[in-house]
Design a protein around this ligand. Structure first.
Ligand SMILES: Cc1ncc(COP(=O)(O)O)c(C=O)c1O
Length: 455
């Protein structure tokens, strides 16, 4: 199941709608009856023509389909589309973003290996590295300040096999210096994996800056409407797995491939072939083709949504900065992060997930959130709807106060995922939240909120 994505040559908006289908008229996806939109291939498996074909497929010598856990035409269409948008060589679609991170990581590390990761990570990723991989004999060190290049280099040990960071961190919106960290990775012959969920390929393409592998939660901006879970691993095809003789699962003869190694059989597609067949194929977090279809639909409007998300977020961050109740707005470009770095990596906009700090601490954060009527209080992000969360009492509740402090999760910190509604309505809602901080009855206002008038 080859899913080589096209190199992005056309404009982004054209690519996100047409993907590979202009490059190859049938795009490998049969469209019976001339259906313009490819059908959803809701099937567990695929019929073989004969035993020779079946054997060739099991040996990886024929890239036809076998069983949906290993690949499916609807899923493959989304894989090719996202690989193309990221400028990658191949991609693997999975059931969730967590599956993307865990499958990519398990495709690289084994017992005794070590990971260096940014300390500013989605908590699910941090927990996976620390707790789950810890039990399997893989250790991890976190770099508290991901902009500190010396700290990245100093954390690397002889057994380090992977560097991991988010392009824009959740929820602190720190913009990664991908090129600098990729250079450290190259010097040490280890791959850099970047979680590009908050930026999306419309705002930033980590592979172009030297990252080797990109992961996404497609549940966020890619699908965009809060209706489907998904994840994707994109391989840039640029990492040399033979260097240093450290990734033997990819370079040594494999039983299933009739004695060939993954690198020999699949070349620059070796990592995707291994993660598809051996990691995801056996751990089993494959996506439903129905969810793949929903992700595909979302991708078709990604650039338009991201433009509006970014414009709304910038307007809101700028407005919040002027409010007396707010002590800090952590929006890239506004909060003292290097403007050169922000402009270099995010010339089209700085995303729409960021946090800000209320002077009144946790009680103020609770009153503020309870007073909002347009922002939904939930732990999701990257939705067309605007969402709000208090990280200290939710995503980061299991961390000690010292750990939270180290990564800037203060009691008064509020995370926003700014949607694409009319920005004047969003600002009016946030204004109502700040007003509520001056009245003692604020926490009851959620129940007594007036009906929303749609303009
Ligand atoms: C940056 C980031 N990566 C990965 C994930 C995990 O994605 P999913 O919820 O699709 O498993 C999330 C979820 O919030 C996230 O914010």
């Amino acid at each position: 199941m080859s899913n080589l994505g096209p190199v992005v040559r056309r404009g982004f908006a054209t690519e996100q709608i047409h993907g590979a289908e202009l490059a190859t008229p049938t795009s490998g996806v049969p469209t019976p009856h001339g259906s313009r939109i490819p059908p959803i291939h809701l099937t567990a498996g695929f019929v073989f023509d004969d035993v020779d074909q079946a054997q060739a497929r099991f040996r990886g010598e024929d890239d036809g389909y076998v069983y949906t856990r290993m690949g499916n035409p609807t899923n493959a269409d989304v894989e090719a589309r996202i690989a193309g948008l990221e400028g990658g060589k191949s991609a693997l679609l999975l059931a969730t973003g967590q599956a993307a991170t865990s499958v990519a990581t398990l495709g690289i590390v084994g017992a005794g290996d070590h990971i260096v990761a940014s300390g500013h990570l989605y908590e699910g990723t941090r927990g996976f590295f620390q707790d789950n991989l810890g039990r399997l004999g893989v250790s991890v060190d976190f770099v508290d300040d991901p902009t500190d290049l010396t700290a990245w280099a100093a954390a690397i040990r002889p057994e380090t096999r992977l560097l991991f960071a988010e392009s824009i961190s959740n929820p602190t919106a720190i913009v990664l210096d991908i090129a600098a960290i990729a250079r450290i990775a190259e010097r040490n012959a280890i791959p850099l994996v970047v979680d590009n969920t908050l930026a999306t390929p419309y705002l930033l393409r980590p592979l172009e800056h030297g990252a080797h592998i990109v992961v996404h939660s497609a549940s966020k901006f890619l699908s965009g409407h809060g209706q489907a879970l998904g994840g994707v691993v994109v391989d840039g095809g640029s990492f040399d797995w033979s260097r240093g003789d450290r990734f033997r699962h990819l370079t040594e003869p494999d039983r299933a491939l009739g004695g060939a190694s993954f690198v020999e059989r699949f070349g620059s597609g070796a990592f995707t072939a291994y993660t598809r067949g051996v990691v995801a194929g056996r751990f089993g977090p494959s996506p439903s083709p129905f969810n793949a279809f929903l992700v595909r639909q979302g991708i078709e409007t990604l650039s338009l949504r991201m433009e509006r998300h970014c414009a709304n977020a910038l307007a809101i961050a700028t407005w919040l900065q002027k409010q007396p109740e707010v002590s800090l707005v952590r929006y890239p470009g506004l909060d003292g992060q290097s403007p050169v770095r922000v402009r270099r990596y995010l010339p089209r906009g700085a995303g729409s997930v960021f946090s800000f700090e209320l002077r009144g601490g946790a009680p103020a954060a609770a009153d503020f959130i309870h007073s909002l009527t347009l922002f939904s209080h939930m732990s999701h992000l990257g939705d067309v709807r605007s969402l709000v969360l208090h990280p200290e009492s939710t995503s980061h509740v299991a961390r000690s106060e010292a750990e939270r402090h180290a990564v800037g999760i203060t009691p008064g910190l509020v995370r926003l995922s700014v949607g694409i509604e009319d920005v004047s309505d969003l600002i009016a809602d946030l204004d109502r939240g700040l007003d509520a901080l001056h009245t003692s009855a604020a926490t009851t206002s959620l129940r007594s909120a007036p009906a929303v008038q749609i303009a």
